[in-house]
Design a protein around this ligand. Structure first.
Ligand SMILES: C[S@@+](CC[C@H](N)C(=O)[O-])C[C@H]1O[C@@H](n2cnc3c(N)ncnc32)[C@H](O)[C@@H]1O
Length: 445
């Protein structure tokens, strides 16, 4: 059995050389430090400290390849020293040996599982090896261990955005943004995430913030300036971009029902059915029903017993997947609700839109399309969130829109639809406060 022997202390003579080298290094005289460390290594080639310190100085003075050789020698003499592995990984990274740097970082992490620099170096090197998914995993651990790591968060937001997950990126960045509000690189990447979602106003705001925080000549400022120059003006009525809505609900699909029904006491579907039942002439069965923005099918489920056929359309394919599982729809499609309305005229006995017009601005065009798509005597039952102004259409910070009763009546009149009922009701809660909406039924005469 072989025992692990401790390394002998350097001889007093070598100890003096090392001490002088360290003194010079701290005094920033790296050329002198190098001479002392070289001398120590020449006199005592088995002293790991001499090779290690020499390797660090070589790497610091722009000779990372020689630094790697010296640090690797120190590591071989005295393996398992985290600070030395840190130096070795840095030097390997600096001379483009990403594969070796990754291996060194993994050894470093095995010794120090909580090390942020080890994970950060690992992530950078994985990226240069063309392994963004593995880099994302390492960076996720960094920001989980310490949400204040704004530079790592910026890289992570950029990678997730490039991987088509800008909503996840924005969600993840929130705690860091609150705690470190002045990191220009993070605002730059936040802007790219919003841009990917088609939210040019929010993207532009993030880039302006980046410009305000960054040095004028920095790469971040340069990138923010060219991004701003290439960004179109945002939509004048602040209607959220469909790309954003789709990404939001795709991400939300798996937990939508539990969130809305159990936590937010969502009841728009039941309110629509009550509004329909309260009107004379409600045919309780045999209806061809179109569910606009059907989501996971919460409203479809309430109306299915009254349907001869039930069709649903939604922007978010993952919401459609959830709706399909209910087995109640005869037809489901992923797409903008306007496509089905434009395609199928005089078709539907009933069109429902539960909490969907909340994602549209001016309702004039959509109600005209609804009017064409309904058969004679056909009805639309829908909800909106109520705007404080009778005639108003306003955008909320949540990206949802609110509509006033006057706006609804005017848009219905312009579309040739009769307003059969229109009344306020609590649609759900938000931060434990009721969200007041309008429930309305329109009819094609
Ligand atoms: C709050 S959810 C309501 C879902 C469903 N109606 C319900 O009551 O459970 C809103 C849904 O509308 C969809 N949506 C928003 N704008 C849309 C559009 N222009 N075309 C199709 N679907 C849309 C969203 O993808 C989302 O699934």
């Amino acid at each position: 059995m072989s025992a692990v022997l401790p390394l002998p202390d350097p001889s007093p003579e070598v100890g003096v050389l090392l001490a002088r080298g360290h003194d010079c290094r701290y005094a920033d005289d790296l050329a002198a430090a190098e001479r002392w460390f070289r001398q120590a290594a020449a006199i005592s080639p088995a002293t790991a400290e001499a090779w290690g310190a020499l390797g660090e100085v070589l790497a610091e003075t722009g000779r990372p390849r020689e630094g790697v050789a010296a640090l690797a020698r120190a590591d071989a003499l005295d393996p398992g020293q985290p600070f030395r592995l840190a130096g070795l990984a840095g030097a390997e990274a600096a001379c483009g040996e990403a594969g070796a740097a990754v291996a060194t970082c993994r050894r470093w992490l095995a010794l120090c599982p909580g090390s942020l620099p080890a994970r950060q170096t690992l992530a950078t090197q994985l990226l240069s090896l063309g392994m963004p998914e593995a880099a994302v995993a390492a960076l996720r651990e960094v920001v989980l261990l310490d949400p204040d790591q704004a530079a790592s968060m910026a890289t992570l937001v950029g990678l997730l955005t490039d991987a088509g997950e800008p909503v996840a990126a924005l969600e993840l960045a929130q705690p860091t943004l609150r705690r470190v509000p002045d990191h220009p690189g993070l605002h730059l990447e936040i802007g790219r995430a919003w841009q990917r979602l088609g939210e040019s106003a929010r993207a532009a705001a993030a880039w302006c913030r980046c410009l305000a925080l960054a040095k004028a000549t920095s790469p971040e400022a340069e990138a923010a300036r060219s991004a701003l120059a290439a960004t179109p003006d945002p939509s004048p009525d602040h209607t959220p971009d469909p790309t954003y809505v789709r990404a939001l609900f795709d991400r939300y699909a798996g937990r939508f029902d539990a969130e809305l029904v159990e936590r937010l006491e969502y009841r728009a579907p039941q309110l629509l059915l009550e509004a329909m039942r309260a009107l004379p002439g409600f045919a309780a069965g045999g209806l061809d029903i179109l569910d606009l923005g059907c989501g996971t099918g919460l409203a479809g489920a309430v109306f299915a017993p009254h349907a001869r056929t039930l069709a649903g359309i939604d922007l978010a394919p993952r919401m459609i997947d959830q709706a399909r599982r209910r087995g109640i729809y005869h037809r489901l499609e992923a797409g903008d609700l306007r496509t089905v309305l434009d395609r199928e005229s005089q078709r539907w006995h009933l069109i429902i839109a539960a909490d969907v017009f909340t994602y549209l601005g001016d309702l004039g065009p959509v109600l005209k399309a609804v009017a064409r798509s309904l058969c004679r005597g056909g009805r639309l039952a829908a909800t909106v969130e109520r705007a404080p102004e009778e005639d108003g259409v306003i955008a909320m910070p949540s990206r949802r829109m609110r509509h006033g009763a006057g706006h609804l009546r005017r848009a219905a009149d312009a579309a040739g639809l009769l307003t059969l009922s229109l009344s306020p009701a609590t649609l759900r809660t938000e931060a434990r406060e009721p969200v007041i909406g309008l429930v309305f039924v329109l009819e094609r005469p």
